[in-house]
Each structure stands twice: as structure tokens, then as C-alpha cells.
Design a protein around this ligand. Structure first.
Ligand code: NAG
Ligand code: NAG
Length: 145
């Protein structure tokens, strides 16, 4: 027969997995709920995901836009765009302000958004030590024509 302690351990393990799954689901649900929503029609020329900061940005910051799959949508560091770090999926389709540190305009322009581009996008600013200075989520909804 199976010893009692083994059954108790198994039950505890199952409970732990359930609690962890609920926690992860809640985190994503909350992010989804709290994100600002932007809605466009498929086929428009471009969509702007706005992100502004009041932080004083010196030359040593890194700005990153990531999508819901954690792919790098656009990376800016050392005073210029870093297209080599960008996910292939977004190549040539993104644009950021040419003088974004001075203008504190971290908005992203995504050209020719398609239905598949819908989802969460996050704008993150890191300092030179890799600490997050700010983070903002935007939920993009692309409607069919
Ligand atoms: C940024 O510049 C520093 C040195 O100034 C260099 O070590 C680093 O690799 C550069 N990063 C990028 C992404 O170009
Ligand atoms: C911010 O930058 C974007 C480029 O991605 C540009 O289209 C937009 O006009 C800028 N906004 C302001 C307020 O300068």
C-alpha cells in the first residue's frame, strides 16, 4: 500500500502547482487589464504606441520595446537604434523619434500593422547598470476590415 506521507506529499505538490499556475495567470490577466488600449484597423499605414517619460535621460540609457512573446520590437542604446538586436519579425517596420532622449518621446511607430500584431507591447527604459527606470504596457488591438 502507498504510505500516507506519500499521499500527503503528492496532494501538497498538486496544490503548489495549482497555486503557481493561478499566480502566473493572474499576473498576465492584470497586465492585460491595466495596459492602455490602442485600436486600429488592419491595413492602416502605421500605428503609434505612445510612451513618454519625465525621467532625466542621460546618454547611457537603453530603451527597449518588447512584444507579448518577449521578442525585441525595437532597441535604442548608445544614442542610436540597434537594428541588429531587433527581432526579424519587426525588421524595417518600426521607427522611434530621432532625438528621443532629448524629447523624452519614447513612442514607437509600427508600420503596416496586421491582425497578427495584436497583443501587449511594453516600453522599458534601463540605466547603464541594467535597472529598469520605467515600464509601460500598451495593448494593441488590430481590427479586421
Ligand atoms: C555601447 O557602448 C559601450 C561602450 O561605450 C559598449 O561597450 C557597448 O557594447 C555598446 N552597446 C551597444 C549595444 O552598442
Ligand atoms: C514621437 O515620436 C514619434 C516617432 O515614433 C513621432 O511620430 C511623434 O510625432 C513624436 N511625438 C511628439 C509629441 O513629438
Amino acid at each position: 500500500p502507498i504510505p500516507v506521507w506519500a499521499i500527503v506529499l503528492l496532494v501538497l505538490l498538486v496544490l503548489l502547482v495549482l497555486v503557481a499556475a493561478a499566480g502566473v495567470s493572474f499576473y498576465f490577466w492584470l497586465r492585460w487589464k491595466l495596459a492602455q488600449q490602442v485600436e486600429v484597423k488592419a491595413g492602416v499605414k502605421s500605428v503609434q504606441l505612445s510612451c513618454r517619460t519625465t525621467e532625466n535621460l542621460d546618454g547611457d540609457v537603453r530603451v527597449e520595446w518588447r512584444d507579448g512573446w518577449n521578442r525585441k520590437v525595437h532597441v535604442y542604446q548608445n544614442g542610436s537604434d540597434q537594428p541588429d538586436e531587433q527581432s526579424q519579425f519587426y525588421r524595417t517596420r518600426t521607427k522611434m523619434d530621432g532625438n528621443l532622449l532629448k524629447n523624452k518621446n519614447l513612442s514607437l511607430t509600427l508600420k503596416r500593422p496586421t491582425y497578427g500584431d495584436g497583443g501587449i507591447y511594453s516600453c522599458r527604459v534601463y540605466n547603464r547598470d541594467g535597472h529598469v527606470l520605467m515600464k509601460k504596457d500598451i495593448r494593441l488591438k488590430v481590427k479586421g476590415q
